[in-house]
Structures are given as structure tokens and as C-alpha cells.
Write a protein that binds this ligand. Structure first.
Ligand SMILES: Cc1cc2nc3c(=O)[nH]c(=O)nc-3n(C[C@H](O)[C@H](O)[C@H](O)COP(=O)(O)OP(=O)(O)OC[C@H]3O[C@@H](n4cnc5c(N)ncnc54)[C@H](O)[C@@H]3O)c2cc1C
Length: 329
């Protein structure tokens, strides 16, 4: 009765609509459902949860009610299923064939930010950059202003070592709480994440549930002014009001990715519904009806040409997950 069932089994094929499994009595869920309070959805639309607005469904989407609910879910979930956390999808291409296994999306229950001592904030992994930066300003904590301009969540920042304007998460993270794939809840000091540029050693399947950030005493008015400056600089230089995914490529040692893309002649270049931004050439855009395949192909075309012309190998910063359209489940 309580046996986990493989994804897809029992998921009705009613015109492709994603069925939301009620907590009670649902069939085909990846865990025994009794006691689970969050929402489990089979064949869940992920495109609406990511900035690019493209990509296929998750076999399963789990939106936990709170941390206890998430722990219970992870203790019970079929271990053969891959588990992936999703923040605001601001650095993601979800491939058109969708994501196998379970995608865990942390919502409002994980978005609290609390002051600890004079200069530390304990932040839920679902808290946004703007919320963390504003909370730091209100508490007179300087050094976290850069998070104002990064449109993701604490979970995404910790995994990606998010950064801007000369600072990055590695500079402010004290430690974080992780829920591991086996259901263990552990606290990990920042050093263990072995941060490098836009990269951490966080294991696949580990979910960041909270993080502790440290700043230094500062004047709220000055912190606020710096946040405003950051917001204006972003507005002027990035295609913020488009379907995009942030910086496409990491800056290679000694180069700026946008310059290499520009010099290779890709400013404004279109491939199907995908386009290189006119405003910032390290941003790809979904002009309306792009597929994830078109976005990824455009990225690969750029990588090939830049390598052929300069010998520099651009490395994707955007995370690309899931299976291509037509791939076997
Ligand atoms: C307009 C724009 C501007 C941007 N500017 C910047 C910038 O200046 N600097 C910068 O660093 N980035 C920038 N980005 C990229 C993006 O905002 C960051 O990479 C951010 O850290 C992603 O956060 P997210 O919560 O949206 O993660 P997602 O995009 O949802 O996921 C990214 C990765 O993090 C993982 N992840 C998400 N949540 C968790 C969690 N709770 N636990 C474990 N893993 C998790 C996902 O599995 C995935 O591998 C920009 C993006 C946009 C659209």
C-alpha cells in the first residue's frame, strides 16, 4: 500500500494536463503520502517557474509546507529518483523533455529572514536577494548590498556562489543548513563548500534549507543608497524585463564573456525564438516562443565560433537540466 511508485505510473494522460495529487488518496506519487502536507504534482509545468519560460515538465514537483514536511518527504522518497531543488529559476534552462525524478520548490515557508546578534542574518533558502539585502539594510548590516541585484533565492546563491560588483556569497556565508539526499539535516561551514567563481562543491541532490550571512555594522541610509545605485546600474545594463537567464557564460580568466560574444558578431543574433540580447551580449532571451533547445543551440553556436576565432572556451554559467525533447523517460 505504502510502496513508492515509479514516476509516470498512475499519472493520468488527460490531454497532457498536469494532475495535482491531493495529499490523500493520490496514486502514483513518489512517496507514501500519509503525513505529507505539501503539494505534490505529477507532470508539473516548470516553464512557469523559470525566468526563460521554456522547458518541459517535472516528473514530480514537491512544494513542502515547511521544513518538517520536507524532511519527512526526503526520508521517504524513492532513493532511485533524482532530486533537484528549484529557486526562482533565474539561472536555469529546463530542457524541453522535462526533468526526471523530483523537483523541490521552496516557497514562502522557507523565506524568513531573522537577525542574529548585531551583524548576522539567518535566511531561509527561499528568501529572495532583495529581501535579504533590505533586511540587512534595516538592521544596519553592510556588505550584503550586492544581493539586491541578483534575482534569485538564498538556495540558488549558496549553490552558485552568486555575486556582483566585486562581492560574492563566499565573502558573506558563515554556514548553511543542508538536507541531504538520505534525509539527514546537517550544518556545513562555508569553507566546506570550496567556493570558486560561480561554483560550489555542494553535492547534487543536497537541498539548502537556510544560510547564515555575516556583514559588518553600517549606516542604513548609506546601505540603502548603495542598493539604489546597484538597482539603477542593473536597469541600465541588463535586459531585466525579458525572459532571460542571467549571465550565459562565466567570464574566462582574463576575458569578459560579453566582449567575446560581441566580437564574434552575435549581438542581437536570432536562432528561432532565441536571441542574444542587444543590451547585454552575455544574456540570451526568449523572444516569445523559443524552445529550450533553441536557447541551448544558440549558446553552443556562440561557444563554437568564439573558440574557433579566439581559442577561448566559454563555459556555461546557466545550469542546463533535464532531457532533450523526445529523449526516453
Ligand atoms: C536578470 C538577471 C540578472 C542576474 N544577475 C546575476 C548576477 O549579477 N550575479 C549572479 O551571480 N547571478 C546572476 N543571475 C543569475 C541568478 O540570479 C543566480 O545564479 C541565482 O543564484 C540563481 O538563484 P535561483 O534561486 O533562481 O536558482 P535557480 O535558477 O532556480 O537554480 C540554479 C541552481 O541552483 C540550484 N538551487 C536552487 N535552489 C537551491 C536550494 N535550495 N538548494 C540547493 N540547490 C538549489 C538549482 O538546482 C540549480 O542548480 C542573474 C539572473 C537574471 C535573470
Amino acid at each position: 500500500m505504502n510502496q513508492p511508485i515509479q514516476p509516470g505510473e498512475g499519472a493520468p494522460s488527460d490531454n497532457g494536463r498536469a494532475p495535482t495529487c491531493a495529499v490523500e488518496g493520490a496514486v502514483g506519487a513518489p512517496v507514501p503520502l500519509d503525513g505529507i502536507r505539501g503539494a505534490i504534482t505529477g507532470r508539473a509545468n516548470l516553464a512557469k517557474h523559470v525566468w526563460f519560460k521554456t522547458g518541459g515538465p517535472a516528473d514530480w514537483l514537491f512544494e513542502p509546507a515547511d521544513l518538517d514536511d520536507l524532511v519527512l518527504f526526503m526520508e521517504r522518497v524513492d532513493r532511485s529518483l533524482p532530486v533537484m531543488a528549484l529557486g526562482l529559476g533565474s539561472n536555469l534552462i529546463i530542457r524541453d523533455g522535462g526533468v526526471p525524478g523530483v523537483v523541490v520548490r521552496l516557497g514562502k515557508a522557507f523565506a524568513d529572514v531573522a537577525l542574529e546578534g548585531e551583524t548576522q542574518l539567518v535566511c531561509g533558502a527561499g528568501a529572495s536577494g532583495i529581501l535579504v539585502a533590505s533586511s540587512a539594510r534595516d538592521a544596519g548590516i553592510a556588505g550584503l548590498e550586492f544581493l539586491r541585484g541578483i534575482p534569485g533565492t538564498v538556495g540558488g546563491f549558496v549553490r552558485m556562489n552568486g555575486g556582483a560588483y566585486g562581492r560574492e556569497v563566499a565573502d558573506i556565508l558563515v554556514d548553511c543548513q543542508l538536507l541531504m539526499a538520505d534525509g539527514d539535516l546537517i550544518r556545513v561551514p562555508a569553507a566546506d563548500l570550496r567556493y570558486t567563481y560561480r561554483h560550489s562543491a555542494l553535492e547534487d541532490g543536497a537541498i539548502v534549507v537556510s544560510a547564515r550571512f555575516r556583514g559588518e555594522p553600517g549606516d542604513p541610509a548609506e546601505i540603502g543608497a548603495e542598493m539604489d545605485r546597484i538597482a539603477q546600474a542593473r536597469e541600465a545594463s541588463q535586459p531585466l524585463r525579458t525572459k532571460t537567464g542571467g549571465s550565459t557564460f562565466k567570464n574566462p580568466e582574463g576575458h569578459k564573456a560579453w566582449e567575446l560574444v560581441d566580437q564574434a558578431g552575435f549581438r542581437g543574433h536570432r536562432h528561432g525564438g532565441a536571441q542574444v540580447s542587444e543590451k547585454h551580449t552575455n544574456f540570451l532571451i526568449n523572444t516569445g516562443n523559443a524552445t529550450s533547445a533553441e536557447l541551448e543551440e544558440l549558446g553552443e553556436m556562440i561557444r563554437d565560433k568564439v573558440f574557433a576565432e579566439t581559442g577561448v572556451c566559454l563555459e556555461w554559467e546557466i545550469q542546463r537540466v533535464g532531457r532533450p525533447e523526445g529523449a526516453k523517460r
